[in-house]
Design a protein around this ligand. Structure first.
Ligand SMILES: C[S@@+](CC[C@H](N)C(=O)[O-])C[C@H]1O[C@@H](n2cnc3c(N)ncnc32)[C@H](O)[C@@H]1O
Ligand SMILES: [Zn+2]
Length: 304
């Protein structure tokens, strides 16, 4: 099975090329071939302007930078390790020396995506599609991929394809990937099922109920728990649950880490200013402790 892209405008086969990806137009009445230029950083924008719900969809450059700094500081490394282990296990289960492809939906700056590439590097050949609706995220990821020489145009076997695209309109042919990950990102059950072959693996990361509890309790009088497992019901028609892993990371945050955490955490904006400021006092003294709690799920695509 090889990786096959489709045109986001007309769903015809889309052929990667060094400078421009072009669809063959076979699925539109006028046989128009749609071109998509490769940006200098190496990514391709496959988000049609007419499908954009806002001018700058997805996470902003500001929030991507905060997330990048926070993740690079290693606060969520236990989660990275757990994701790598799960992906490597999945790849082993699926290994049959056939070329395969893994899709990381809502990849952000690529912190986890590069871990996934690493975990898959022992396979015969697995390409990784890194996809996000946010252009600044994909630019950041492409720059890093290019620097370390693992862009699709630089590495034939384990190359990474950074794409600006939407999770609800994936530019991939039916049954064209063996694995999908969605790390704190959207989950679109029917669309994920369409592009994944039977037996393929879906890896999902979510915050657990008590994730960052002391931060949330400091910000709000009443804390609404995350309802972690609801999405499983929506996935049920297409995927069965294989395993669920709890991951815990003890954090000690300084002022900069606290600022980054609040910037990358959308609900923090709803807190009162003085409550937010109060969080910084212990953080500036390097004394703010909290616990990050995650749940990782591995699901298997059912045969139809
Ligand atoms: C919480 S961030 C997680 C990023 C990354 N996986 C990580 O954990 O560092 C969610 C990401 O999903 C992206 N996103 C939101 N809606 C999307 C959509 N419809 N399609 C693709 N990506 C989307 C955002 O731009 C953002 O980068
Ligand atoms: Zn087309």
């Amino acid at each position: 099975m090889s990786l096959k892209f489709i045109c986001p405008l007309c769903q015809s086969p889309l052929i990667p090329h060094a400078k421009t990806w072009t669809c063959d137009g076979s699925k539109n009445d006028k046989l128009t071939q749609h071109p998509f230029d490769v940006a200098k950083q190496g990514y391709v924008n496959l988000l049609p302007v007419q499908r954009k719900k806002s001018k700058t969809p997805g996470d902003s450059a500001h929030s991507i930078e905060a997330r990048h700094r926070f993740l690079q500081a290693g606060h969520y490394e236990p989660l990275l390790d757990a994701i790598k282990e799960l992906v490597a296990d999945s790849a082993n289960d699926l290994a049959n020396n056939q070329p395969s492809a893994w899709l990381d939906v809502g990849c952000g700056d690529g912190y986890y995506t590069f871990g996934i590439v690493d975990a898959l590097s022992t396979t015969h050949q697995t390409k990784v599609i890194a996809m996000d609706i946010s252009k600044p995220a994909v630019i950041q990821l492409s720059k890093t991929a290019k620097q370390i020489g693992i862009l699709w145009s630089q590495n034939d076997k384990h190359g990474i394809y950074p794409l600006v695209a939407s999770a609800s309109n994936l530019p991939l042919a039916d049954n064209s990937v063996t694995g999908i990950s969605s790390i704190f990102s959207p989950i679109i059950p029917a669309e994920f099922a369409r592009v994944m072959r039977a037996g393929g693996r879906l890896v999902i990361a979510k915050p657990d109920v008590r994730h960052l509890a002391s931060v949330r309790e400091a910000l709000f009088d009443t804390v609404r728990p995350h309802d972690s497992d609801k999405f499983l019901l929506e996935l049920e028609p297409y995927f069965s649950l294989n395993q669920r892993v709890e991951v815990i990371s003890e954090l000690r945050l300084d002022g900069e880490a606290m600022a980054d955490l609040l910037t990358m955490t959308p609900y923090a904006y709803r807190a009162k200013r003085e409550r937010r400021e109060a969080l910084f006092r212990p953080a500036k003294a390097g004394k703010f402790e909290t616990t990050a709690k995650f749940l990782l799920y591995e699901l298997v695509k059912k045969a139809k």
